[in-house]
Write a protein that binds this ligand. Structure first.
Ligand code: ADP
Ligand code: ZN
Ligand code: ZN
Length: 837
């Protein structure tokens, strides 16, 4: 038995914490424990058991939550790798890897102290204390709390702390009869703010205790259970009773409620004691379907077969290998992925398929169930915490060996991992933009290496990094060079919008050519997609008198006008402001709404093509997967002629009726100070062009641009992937950007400008005064978005051909920052940053 254990806690500190192990407890490495930390209770992962006595007295762990590890050795190792590579606190890494938050309930309790009772007593005898500086309202609030707590202390059986597990009986009622009252109970009974309670704790009138505890996360459903069918029934009651008897006496409440019977009928039956409502664990909801034997109606073509062969060979070899599957849009990559996964399943092993955030529609899920039956676990963002925990346990038990999900599915606890596939590997949703700032594609590669598994990165537009790795033979390049059934790629026509302006004398949103092409498709009853990568109605509101823009209160970002909602919206923080009638800076009435977003484009198209059925897909019209799915289905069913949208419409959809894609604005990024702008633009243009001509009729793309000579535009128009990559690699190499350098962005932020300036100054001096051989440091400079969500932001960009040297420098910088008392949460280290904004 070890005397101590080291625990990784989800706090922004780069260390584990040592606790004493009580005699009766048996923590395991990789399992969760409940521990006291500062004034709180937290769960953490045990990373080591040992007998080394720490220099300060170690507190005792409160309880052991897992008798067996939830993170096995391999996942623990992966977590340590992530913490090291991304300079992320290990506890925060483990929290990200384990979606089990539903199994722990945070809960705070308050208890009356002697001083509090005394205060109440004195107030009762001598009136209120005259010297108090508090307002009468504050005093009244405090006395409401004291009154309530005193009254509760003498109640025979108060409600106390509900849901306290047997492990936590030690926080029950103490001998003096003063009960611990939960914060929610206390606040709803006395209508006081947290600040009032905090003040009373400071005055030692109240004790505050964290009584957070594990909770059972099993999902339950309400079930109607038949107790007796004897008795006189009217027609409605008869329907319910018959339904119940017909289903063995137990039916989910939902089912009864969906019947054509008034809601009150069931209530009557319950009151008469004929039916009882009980809670029961929700069974796993998916059908008990068996895998289909023939998943696809078509036979794979030669290129697909050869790609599949390469994957299966690699899997059979049972050692690490990486494949980059470069398949053009419409080349049938998905069929290859699914066939490879089936092979893995038949071999009794496991596979993970990662998809971009927008890729997991209910239709995709239905397909996956068809193919893999109950062997598939689908992890999408719409799952509740409980559902997520349930899926996690199912995978861990071995109940689902095929896992499909977004970013964090890369941590799925499958056994005997054989294959990880990253679909659309270039997609930026694989990067987590909060701590730990990991990239799931890169984690997939590392995890595959650690597991002797195969990783397949697939895309029509691979990232520069992956393409470069394939060139350097770190990955095997596998290509699907043609569309299925010899369908051609669409012809792309570039429209120079500067010329359009000169010739028409107007700022055009839709060029004459694009308008004519749309008209033509509508007449032919073919379908059109129009991309404008900017949502809202007008992106800028400008005052013609003082020249100022209307900006967000909390960000240095222009507010976008949203016409239907009649609001000005900040696209970075969600801040809302009224639509101005006059300039907020100078009061002038000459405020102009400039530019076009997708909302305005939709309106323009309605005006130009009144007979067309038009819909829009962007983050304003899509609130959940259902909206997205509904619109795409409508397009698929031919119920729409025209779909307008942001990059959402560019991703992966396979709609055969679309023969024309119009690009109204997709090159805004080329005007931004961002070294990935060309790559992003090329990818977006290629992907959106790839939506045209996927059916029998060949497609066409009309690409409007202000940057017609830019190589990203030119190569995309020619479908020349290799040409673009070679050119872009040359640029990256000259500029020492990835993939030729490892890069990190270090952001210093504070809601106080002085702090942000001072801290970035301190770090800047440190970078200047210490030698970092082989590491270039640029900065400090104001970040391109100088103010965001109230924070002022300064940044450094670090580049080095050596990953080790870069990380050593970052580590030393963080140590120095800690020594200088710069809060860890205010220095953000983003290794392999996708955005330098
Ligand atoms: P990608 O992801 O490469 O753009 P998809 O995987 O979406 O392409 O496939 C495009 C379309 O071609 C889909 O409708 C798919 O069902 C179909 N398809 C795939 N392989 C074949 C094949 N061998 N023969 C005929 N159709 C195929
Ligand atoms: Zn003004
Ligand atoms: Zn904002």
């Amino acid at each position: 038995m070890s005397e101590f254990c080291d625990v990784a806690l989800a706090v922004p500190l780069d260390m584990a914490f040592t606790y004493r192990v009580p005699a009766e407890a048996a923590p395991v490495v990789g399992g969760r424990v409940l521990v006291p930390f500062r004034q709180q209770r937290m769960t953490g992962i045990v990373v080591e058991l040992h007998d080394r006595k720490p220099s300060v007295t170690a507190k005792k762990i409160i309880s052991v939550l897992d008798p067996a590890p939830v993170l096995d050795e391999k996942l623990l190792r992966l977590g340590r790798w992530i913490a090291d590579y991304y300079l992320a606190p290990i506890g925060e890494v483990f929290r990200t890897m384990l979606p089990l938050t539903a199994e722990f309930k945070r809960s705070i309790g308050y208890r009356l102290k002697d001083a509090g009772q005394m205060t109440l007593h004195q107030a009762g005898t001598s009136g209120s204390s005259a010297r108090s500086r508090r307002t009468p309202e504050e005093q009244a609030a405090e006395f409401r709390v004291l009154d309530y707590l005193v009254a509760r202390s003498f109640e025979e059986d108060g409600l106390g702390v509900p849901h306290v597990s047997p492990l936590l009986r030690d926080v029950g009622t103490p001998p003096d009869g003063r009960e611990l009252i939960r914060e929610e109970t206390l606040r709803s009974a006395t209508r006081v703010t947290r600040a009032v309670l905090a003040g009373m704790v400071r005055k030692k009138w109240l004790a505050r205790e964290d009584v957070s505890a594990p909770q059972d996360a099993t999902r339950t459903v309400k079930i109607a259970a038949l107790k007796t069918a004897e008795g006189k029934l009217n027609d409605n009651q008869r329907v319910l009773i018959d339904t119940l008897t017909g289903s063995g006496g137990r039916v989910p409440l939902e089912t009864l409620q969906s019947l054509e019977v008034p809601r009150s009928t069931l209530g009557t039956l319950v009151r008469r004691g004929m039916v009882e409502i009980v809670e029961a664990p929700a069974d796993f909801s998916v059908s008990r379907s068996k895998p289909r034997s023939a998943p696809f109606e078509f036979e794979l073509n030669a290129a697909q077969k050869s790609a599949l062969g390469r994957m299966c060979e690699s899997v059979a070899a049972r050692k690490f290998s990486g494949l980059l599957l470069h398949g053009i849009t419409g080349s049938g990559k998905t069929a290859v992925y699914l066939a490879a996964m089936r092979g893995v399943l038949e071999g009794g092993r496991s596979a993970i398929l990662l998809v971009p955030e927008i890729g997991l529609t209910p239709a995709v899920a239905a397909d996956l169930h068809q193919i893999f039956g109950d062997e598939v676990a689908i992890l999408h963002s719409a799952l509740s915490d409980k559902e997520r925990a349930e899926q996690w346990h199912r995978i861990k038990r071995g109940g689902a060996r095929m896992v499909v999900g977004t970013r964090s599915a890369v941590f799925a606890p499958v056994a005997d991992l054989a294959l990880i596939i990253v679909d659309e590997e270039h997609d930026s949703s694989y990067k987590q933009e909060e701590t730990p700032r990991y990239h799931a594609r890169d984690i997939a590669v590392v995890r595959a290496k650690m597991s002797n598994a195969v990783v397949v990165l697939g895309s029509a537009t691979p990232s520069l990094e992956s393409y470069y790795n394939a060139k350097k033979n770190k990955y095997t390049l596998v290509e699907l060079p043609d569309r299925v059934e010899q369908r051609p790629l669409p012809e792309v026509e570039i429209i120079d919008m500067r010329l359009e302006f000169q010739e028409t004398g107007h700022e055009q949103v839709i060029s004459r050519k694009l308008a004519a092409e749309i008209q033509d498709r509508i007449e032919k009853k073919e379908q059109v997609m129009v991309l404008l990568n900017r949502r809202g109605y007008s992106p800028v509101v400008l005052c013609r008198t003082c020249g100022k823009k209307l900006e967000c209160r909390d960000c240095a970002i222009a507010l976008t006008h949203h016409k239907r909602e009649h609001k000005m919206v900040c696209h970075y923080c969600g801040y809302l402001a009224p639509v101005p009638k006059a300039c907020v800076h100078c009061g002038s009435e000459y405020v102009y709404f400039l530019g076009t977003g997708s909302e305005k484009l939709e309106e323009l198209l309605h005006g130009m093509f009144p007979q067309a059925r038009i819909a829009r897909l962007d983050r304003d019209t899509v609130r959940g997967h259902e909206d997205f799915e509904r619109t795409l289905n409508a397009l698929n069913e031919g119920e729409l002629d025209l779909l307008v949208g942001t990059q959402m419409i560019a991703k992966g959809h396979d709609i055969h009726g679309v023969t024309l894609v119009g690009v109204v604005g997709a090159d805004v990024a080329l005007g931004l100070p961002d070294f990935r702008a060309a790559e992003r633009t090329f990818q977006l243009l290629t992907q959106v062009a790839g939506r045209a001509g996927r059916g029998q009729t060949p497609g066409k793309v009309v690409l409007q641009t202000l940057f017609q000579d830019h190589y990203a535009v030119q190569y995309a128009a020619r479908h020349d992937f290799i040409g673009f990559y070679e050119k872009e690699l040359q640029f990256r190499s000259w500029m020492h950007y990835p993939p030729y350098s490892a890069l990190a962005n270090v952001l210093v932020r504070s809601d106080k400008l002085d702090d942000a300036l001072q801290w970035s100054g301190i770090l800047g001096k440190w970078f200047d005064s210490t030698r970092h051989e082989g590491v270039r440091v640029l900065g400090p400079a104001a970040a391109p978005i100088m103010r965001l969500k109230r924070d002022y932001r300064y940044h450094f960009v670090l580049k080095s051909p050596s990953r080790e040297k870069l990380n050593a420098t970052l580590r030393a910088m963080l140590a120095y920052a800690a020594q200088q008392k710069i809060p860890r949460t205010q220095v953000i280290v983003d290794v392999d940053a996708l955005w330098l904004m």
